[in-house]
Structures are given as C-alpha cells and as structure tokens.
Design a protein around this ligand. Structure first.
Ligand SMILES: [Ca+2]
Length: 103
C-alpha cells in the first residue's frame, strides 16, 4: 500500500506513525510532498503524519517493541533499538524510552 501526502511544508521532517507507533521520519520534497509504503497493515490501522522538528516522541507501543528486541546485539553498527549506542538493547535503553514517554 502506497501513501502520498501533499500540501506539507517543503523540506520539513514529518514523523509517520501507525497505530500510535513511530514508523518512519521523512522529509518533504521541494513541493511539500511525502510518499511512503506500508505492506503490513489491516483495515483498522490508523496512520498519523505529524511535523517532527527533530523531536521524536515515544509511546507505550515503542516500549513494547523495544522489549521485543531486548538483548539484541547483532546489528551493524548498532542494534536499531540501542539508543545509548553501547552495542546491546538493554535496560539503559528501556529507561531512556520510558523517560521520553513520561516527559
Ligand atoms: Ca543500550
């Protein structure tokens, strides 16, 4: 499934969420348009596009995904959910995301 949104601000970053969980950040092109694809969705999925401005917010859904990757240390250069970049998805990353949710 491909999505296109226009009438956005050119060159601004937009955070795309699916069911409240961060999906990706995309920059609008010079005409204020972004396009994205998502192949895993169902009819009840809800997509949100919001102006990012560099401050990604986290939700409980992000914390659940993080917990599903707890202990991972195989990716190069760092596991995707290793927010403090110490080479492993560990309790420090859980604390980081938890703190972001509460602020
Ligand atoms: Ca870590």
């Amino acid at each position: 499934m491909n999505f296109t949104m226009s009438t956005l601000k050119p060159y601004y970053n937009y955070l795309i969420k699916k069911d409240g969980v961060n999906l990706s950040i995309q920059q609008a092109d010079d005409t204020g348009k972004i396009a994205f694809s998502n192949y895993v969705w169902n009819l009840s999925s809800r997509f949100t596009v919001m102006e990012d401005g560099g401050n990604v917010t986290f939700t409980i859904g992000d914390l659940v995904i993080l917990m599903q990757h707890f202990g991972e240390k195989t990716s190069v250069p760092y596991p995707k959910y290793d927010y403090n970049k110490d080479g492993v998805v560990d309790i420090m990353d859980v604390v980081y995301v938890s703190a972001k949710i509460m602020t």
